[in-house]
Write a protein that binds this ligand. Structure first.
Ligand code: ATP
Length: 468
């Protein structure tokens, strides 16, 4: 797969007394995005075992669809994150859906070994163990995820910070789309945007990413996948995939940043952020969309432009969505209009008069930066779905039978999809309901059922068959 490699010993065993000076240079280069050591290191399993205190709970950073993520201190003094696939997930992969990437860790290594950017959570290395047990080592991000920052932090970030985080995320996606051949991430969401020690956004989790060779067999045979609530409703067959699929998900992320609302939240009606926000933006009721916990941006141009960019990204016609280059340009312009100020810095939460009756998110304290998992923080963020069904973003509405406004384009599509759901979606539906139960039980939270992966079996098989 074309990895650069070096010997394990040179990678981790040689430095017993880390020099503070070289560590500083290392960190400085990292901040500047300079190539520190682009060589992908090969680790011994036992070294990572030691570096994570035998994968102890105290070192657990979080849990994803593929497995667990641990904080590790290498012998050279460098902090990294180690991704350990769980066997349970591997089992799901094989039994539930044949065309899901068999090993996301392998895919992530394949994609990241050819990329390096200050906007990405870059690859450090991996273990020499057999593929199914391979551990992935990536840069450690000490300030959690954008999801945590938006939904769990006691003090939500101010507009200067939000726009910069949005711009940095957009730049990360731009980097992927402009590489040759382009890389499509397929899982853009706030839980996959990590915040580094300088409070900059970095895009991570390349388990689903695909490199776009035209006519590539793999591309054309990989069924749609992503996270419910963020997934482009037009991405229903493998050949619908394009860079504009990521643009759609980025639009959802931007709406999340603007509103402070989760991509899907069943405590609201409609639960889908796009179905709630876009009609309001279209009707010019912008202030109703802005996060009620902080005052909206003072400058009306900023308010309007943020709404417009998000609305353009989630257009149903992918050709009419902007490119990431255009989005980066627009957001760069906005950063000039909004002062950065401090990270949170806006004092008390504030409810706007225009924001009628929307409950402010319940907040808990920020997760400890890498020092184990805060009990109050649910381990699960919005989880991926592997599906070929195109109605995911409206799924919750459909299940609840809430189709309220049929004048709108998107709503018409929804009605059409509702009949498809009746005929085709039973396995998908049942998995979702089960997961709702599971999540409520495990994290005691009822407001977001999008947080588990779903495995719709029947239809994905047909894709695998037709494209094989
Ligand atoms: N490089 C990292 N540095 C610090 N923490 C990390 C890092 N990568 C992941 N984490 C933590 O581990 C959690 C799980 O990450 P992971 O990428 O496995 O799953 P996810 O993106 O939350 O879910 P999914 O796999 O379903 O997309 C994250 O939410 C984050 O809290």
């Amino acid at each position: 797969m074309g990895y650069l490699s070096c010997k394990a010993e040179s990678a981790i065993a040689a430095v017993h007394n880390p020099s503070k000076k070289s560590e500083k240079i290392h960190e400085k280069n990292e901040d500047l995005g300079l190539p520190i050591n682009k060589k992908i290191q090969h680790f011994d399993y036992s070294d990572l075992q030691a570096a994570t205190n035998n994968f102890s709970d105290q070192k657990l950073l979080g849990r994803g669809s593929h497995g667990l993520v641990y904080k590790a201190l290498l012998r050279n003094g460098r902090l990294v994150a180690v991704k350990k696939p769980s066997h349970q997930n591997n089992h799901h992969h094989h039994s539930a859906i044949s065309a899901v990437p068999e090993n996301e860790v392998e895919n992530e290594i394949d994609i990241l070994s050819k990329l390096h950017s200050p906007r990405l959570v870059n690859l450090v290395g991996f273990t020499n163990t057999p593929h199914q047990n391979r551990l992935l080592v990536v840069e450690f991000m000490s300030n959690g995820t954008l999801y945590d920052t938006l939904h769990l932090s006691q003090q939500p970030p101010n507009w200067g910070r939000r726009i910069r985080l949005a711009l940095q995320t957009a730049k990360a996606i731009q980097t992927l789309h402009s590489s040759v051949p382009p890389v499509i991430h397929r899982d853009i969401k706030s839980a996959n945007v990590l915040i580094d020690r300088n409070f900059n956004a970095r895009l991570g989790d390349f388990g689903l990413a695909l490199r776009c060779h035209v006519d590539d067999y793999r591309l054309l045979s990989t069924p749609p996948a992503g996270t419910m609530g963020y997934l482009d409703p037009g991405y229903v067959t493998p050949d619908n995939l394009s860079t504009k699929t990521d643009v759609f998900s980025f639009g959802i992320l931007l709406l999340e940043m603007i509103s402070g609302r989760k991509a899907i939240d069943v405590s609201h009606s409609p639960p889908s952020i796009v179905d709630w926000a876009i009609p309001l933006i279209r009707r010019g009721k912008l202030l109703s969309v802005f996060d009620p916990r902080i005052p909206p941006p003072k400058d009306p141009i900023v308010r309007k432009q943020l709404g417009i960019i998000a609305a353009k990204c989630v257009r149903s016609c992918k050709e009419r969505r902007p490119s990431m280059n255009e989005i980066v340009e627009s957001l760069s312009f906005l950063t000039k209009l909004v002062p950065l100020r401090s990270w949170n810095g806006l004092g008390n939460p504030c409810l706007m008069v225009e924001d009628v009756g929307r409950p402010v998110e319940v907040v808990s304290s920020r997760p400890k930066a890498g020092g184990g998992v805060d009990d109050r923080k649910p381990l699960s963020n919005p989880r991926r779905v592997y599906s070929d069904l195109g109605f995911r973003n409206n799924l919750m509405d459909l299940m609840a039978g809430r189709i309220e406004n049929e004048e709108d384009d998107t709503m018409k599509t929804k009605v059409h999809r509702r009949s498809r759901l009746k005929n085709e979606g039973s396995s998908f539906r049942s998995v979702v309901s089960e997961n709702k139960f599971e999540r409520n039980r495990s994290v005691g939270e009822t407001s977001n059922i999008s947080s588990r992966r779903c495995y719709p079996v029947a239809r994905s098989k047909s894709y695998a068959q037709t494209t094989a």
